[in-house]
Design a protein around this ligand. Structure first.
Ligand SMILES: *[C@@H]1O[C@H](CO)[C@@H](O)[C@H](O)[C@H]1NC(C)=O
Ligand SMILES: *[C@@H]1O[C@H](CO)[C@@H](O)[C@H](O)[C@H]1NC(C)=O
Ligand SMILES: *[C@@H]1O[C@H](CO)[C@@H](O)[C@H](O)[C@H]1NC(C)=O
Ligand SMILES: *[C@@H]1O[C@H](CO)[C@@H](O)[C@H](O)[C@H]1NC(C)=O
Length: 353
């Protein structure tokens, strides 16, 4: 009798896992929760990971406070397994993981390199850069694991033509490079609002229509829809797992968290609740809408809520510094993107449906 019940329980358990996975994490929602101070929390530093570039290397650039390194993300509904680098490398033996997007992708890519490398400190590694494609490949040679970064700030193409540089909202030539990866993690958003000298295009094209400019949120939505169609026609879900890194929030205006005239400079603590007075970026709703219409499985790494609480996590003046000055968009490493990768690890270790 007892063993029969065990069988039924096991069957119910399998059904439960299946249902929760179908929703991409489902009952195990890693993205709602709060940050808790933990003095013993440690990831990596300059000694254990020499690969953090200046832009994100806050400690080396003289950031005086250390508490921002000591916050652990606690999902409300379920525990977060710690990041297990050796298990990660075993799972991806002979495989490649490619981040595609802007500098926020580079932020997460460097975090993943460091989370892995700091746990296998004597590992033989190699990094190569292909300038024409703008692809950097970091290889753990003993495992044959490639951690790749393709810089593609809009995901859709920017093409030189007679009239100038054209942002083509319905074209993805760059997708050729993505086909070889076993896991893809996309991201785009921060460049859509660029204007003036740092806007890297002169015209926007949709079909035969060439425009000098248009509503940027609409342009973002059209480009994401083009990307979604690319995924639907090119991804084989039995070979390639696809993620989208959610919208990474910035903290330039303290009004958003109830501190007039503040920026991220000098912030030494996260917001300790679960909600953000300023609300979530509008781009997130657009992204979720597009993802809801995609046919192939794509998991949203929904990092906006947890990151928006981390007004203390940015380089501020301890990044590139200089004329560009204040950086309240990127994240210090070690730091918040380590949690993004920890959640990524938790998601890939859940049983596949
Ligand atoms: C770096 O981390 C290692 C291992 O956790 C630790 O022993 C060392 O003291 C740290 N170094 C610095 C400069 O923080
Ligand atoms: C790194 O990879 C490149 C390209 O495959 C190769 O030419 C180079 O010899 C490698 N370096 C090391 C140290 O293995
Ligand atoms: C910050 O946001 C508030 C409310 O939207 C706005 O009134 C204020 O001008 C902003 N401050 C800066 C420095 O942009
Ligand atoms: C994210 O934050 C918003 C606003 O604080 C809240 O309404 C929403 O439930 C949160 N979402 C998740 C997934 O936690």
């Amino acid at each position: 009798m007892a063993s029969r019940w065990k069988g039924v329980t096991a069957l119910l358990f399998v059904i439960h896992i299946h249902l929760s996975n179908a929703k991409g994490g489902g009952s195990c929602d890693f993205f709602s929760g709060n940050w808790a101070y933990d003095a013993s929390y440690a990831t990596y530093n300059q000694t254990t990971c020499p690969f953090v570039q200046k832009e994100f290397n806050c400690q080396r650039n003289g950031r005086p406070d250390l508490n921002y390194l000591k916050y652990r993300w606690q999902p409300r509904a379920c525990p977060l397994q710690r990041f297990n680098a050796k298990d990660f490398l075993q799972r991806f033996k002979g495989k490649s993981i490619m981040f595609v997007g802007d500098s926020l992708s580079r932020n997460q890519w460097q975090s993943l390199k460091c989370l892995l490398y700091s746990s296998v400190p004597n590992a033989r590694v190699n990094e190569t850069y292909l300038g024409q494609e703008d692809v950097t490949t970091f290889t753990f040679l003993d495992y044959g694991v490639k951690i790749m970064l393709h810089r593609s700030v809009y995901l859709v193409d920017v093409v030189w033509e007679k009239i100038g540089k054209v942002l083509k909202l319905d074209s993805i030539q760059g997708g050729k490079l993505w086909m070889e990866a076993d896991m893809l993690i996309f991201n785009t958003w921060h460049w859509w609002n660029r204007r003036g000298p740092t806007q890297p295009w002169d015209y926007i094209q949709i079909g035969n229509q060439v425009l000098k400019d248009m509503d940027r949120m609409k342009a973002f939505e059209i480009a994401l829809t083009t990307w979604a169609r690319w995924v639907d026609s090119n991804i084989d879900p039995t070979k390639t797992r696809v993620f989208f890194q959610g919208i990474s929030p910035s903290h330039y205006n303290g009004t958003d968290w109830g501190e007039l005239r503040a920026t991220c400079l000098g912030q030494e603590q996260p917001l300790l609740g679960s909600t953000y007075p300023g609300g979530l970026p509008a781009a997130l709703a657009v992204l979720k809408q597009v993802l809801s219409n995609i046919e192939k499985p794509v998991t949203l790494l929904d990092i906006t809520n947890l990151s928006i609480l981390r007004k203390d996590g940015h380089p501020s003046i301890y990044g590139l510094g200089g004329v560009a000055g204040m950086d309240c968009s990127h994240w210090c490493l070690a730091g918040v993107p380590d949690t993004w990768n920890q959640i990524l690890y938790n998601l890939i270790t859940l049983p596949q449906h």
